[in-house]
Design a protein around this ligand. Structure first.
Ligand code: GDP
Length: 328
C-alpha cells in the first residue's frame, strides 16, 4: 500500500506515471482542500478535480486544470450578463455573515458567482453541480469524492484531506485573501506576509488509515498544497511515524512553476530544495533532480524530475519506489 499527498500540479504529474510502479488498487491519494471555494453557490475543489480528471483520462494537460475539450458557454455568458447589467468584476466575496452561514464546508471562502474569477468549463461545472448537490443531500466530501471517482473510472482511492472546512488565507499588505483570490484573480502579485489555515479540521477514518502506509509527498507546493494537509488534526503525528519520501518541486533554488518560492520565503524557509527539506523534518528520504546537488542529511535518489509526459512520471515513480525501499 502507498499513499500520495497531492496538490493540483506537481503530484498529479507524478501520478500520471505511478500505475506502472505502484498497483492502482493499492494506491490512495489524499488531496489538498485548502484551495477549495464556493463560487456562485457551487463547491469547487480544484486539487481533488485535477487528480480526478487526470486519473480519469479527462484532464486538460495544457493547463493542468479543467477538462480537455471542454466548452465555456456558461462561463462566457456569465461575463456577458455581468457586463450588460453593469456589475463590477469579481472576485466578489459574500458578506462576513454569509461566510459562516450555510454549508459548513465552504466557510471563509464563499464568493458570488457574478463575473466568476475562475474559468470553469461547462462539463467541469457539471462536476461541481453534482458535488454540491450530493453535499447538500447530506453526504460527506469523502463520500462525494469517491462517488465522482467511480464515475470517472478511477482505480486508485481518491480522498479529500478532511470532511471539515479549512481555508488557506494569504495575508498581504492589501489585507487577507483566500489563496484563489491571491493566485487566480491577482496572479500571485501581492506581497505575502503570512499564510493562515483557517478552521479546525479533523482527519477522516480514510485519511488515518491511508497514513498508516508508506507515504509519498509529490513535488507539490510545500506551503499551500501540503501545508493544509499537515494542518489537519492527526496528520503531522502520522507523518512522523510513517516512512515518508518527498520529491522536490525545486532543482536547488529553481522552482519548476508557481509561487512555492515566495511562499516558502514568506514562511521562514529558503526557497530551494534545502528549504523544502527543512520544512519537512519528518521526511525520511528525498527524490531530487539529477542536477540538484543539495547536500541533505537524509537518503537521496537522483533522477531527471522534470515531468512533461506520463513516461516522465514513470521515471520519477521508479525513483520514489527506490527511495521508499531505502527507508522501509
Ligand atoms: P498547485 O495546487 O497547482 O499549486 O500544484 P501543486 O502544489 O501540486 O504543484 C506545484 C508545484 O509543482 C510547484 O512548486 C512546481 O515547482 C512543481 N512542479 C511542477 N511541475 C513539475 C515537474 O515537472 N517536476 C517537479 N519536480 N516539480 C514540478
Amino acid at each position: 500500500m502507498v499513499t500520495f499527498l497531492s496538490g493540483g500540479t506537481g503530484t498529479p504529474k507524478l501520478l500520471s506515471g505511478t500505475e506502472d510502479v505502484f498497483s492502482p488498487e493499492e494506491t490512495t491519494v489524499i488531496a489538498n482542500t485548502g484551495d477549495d471555494i464556493e463560487l456562485g453557490g457551487l463547491f469547487v475543489s480544484p486539487d481533488v478535480d485535477t487528480v480526478l480528471f487526470e486519473r480519469g483520462g479527462a484532464l486538460d494537460r495544457e493547463t493542468w486544470w479543467g477538462m480537455e475539450g471542454d466548452t465555456h458557454e456558461t462561463d462566457e455568458f456569465l461575463f456577458e450578463l455581468a457586463e450588460s447589467a453593469g456589475l463590477e468584476d469579481g472576485p466578489r466575496y459574500l458578506s462576513d455573515e454569509r461566510q459562516t452561514a450555510g454549508r459548513e464546508i465552504a466557510r471563509w471562502r464563499r464568493f458570488s458567482g457574478i463575473a466568476e474569477f475562475m474559468t470553469i468549463g461547462d462539463k467541469d461545472r457539471a462536476v461541481h453541480i453534482t458535488r454540491t448537490s450530493l453535499l447538500d443531500e447530506g453526504h460527506t466530501l469523502t463520500e462525494v469524492t469517491r462517488t465522482l471517482a467511480d464515475a470517472f473510472g478511477l482505480e486508485i482511492d481518491l480522498v479529500p484531506m478532511s470532511d471539515d472546512p479549512l481555508a488557506t488565507i494569504v495575508h498581504t499588505p492589501d489585507g487577507p485573501m483566500h489563496f484563489q483570490e491571491f493566485w487566480v484573480a491577482r496572479r500571485g502579485e501581492p506581497t505575502i506576509e503570512d499564510v493562515e489555515f483557517r478552521g479546525e479540521a479533523c482527519s477522516t477514518p480514510a485519511v488515518r488509515e491511508a497514513l498508516g502506509d508508506r507515504v509519498v509527498i509529490g513535488p507539490s507546493n510545500p506551503v499551500t498544497s501540503i501545508g493544509p494537509i499537515r494542518a489537519v488534526e492527526g496528520v503531522e503525528e502520522a507523518l512522523v511515524e510513517a516512512p515518508v519520501v518527498a520529491v522536490s518541486p525545486f532543482v536547488e533554488n529553481r522552482v519548476f512553476s508557481g509561487p512555492a518560492g515566495d511562499l516558502l520565503a514568506a514562511t521562514g524557509y529558503e526557497p530551494s530544495t534545502a528549504g523544502v527539506a527543512e520544512a519537512y523534518p519528518f521526511v525520511d528520504a528525498f527524490v531530487l533532480d539529477s542536477a540538484d546537488g543539495t547536500d541533505l542529511n537524509r537518503p537521496v535518489v537522483h533522477t531527471d524530475t522534470a515531468m512533461d509526459s506520463p513516461e516522465d512520471g514513470v521515471r520519477v515513480a521508479r525513483a520514489v519506489d527506490e527511495a521508499l525501499s531505502e527507508v522501509t
